[in-house]
Design a protein. Sequence first.
Length: 94
Amino acid sequence: MSKAETFTFRLDPALKAALIQTAVEEHKQPGEFMRELLKAHIVRKRRRAFEAEARRQCLAINARAQDPASDEAAVMRELSERLDADEFGDEWKA
């Protein structure tokens, strides 16, 4: 584990009081509480970016799959045929 670094910043007195109160309510030190908040924020931001990129790619593939001559349409037909031939396929159909 790498050595932790100190990061200093200013807080409005009311925000600092709320931070300390919330940390006390959660039985944590304010620094620990802040680290958890920052980590959670970064995880959420990365997750949203990942989901947005996955959606963009999905929409692009779907648009290409609308062309019956495209590779994407061929793959979708193949998947559909395999699901139709398989017993578990009915579980995955909408």
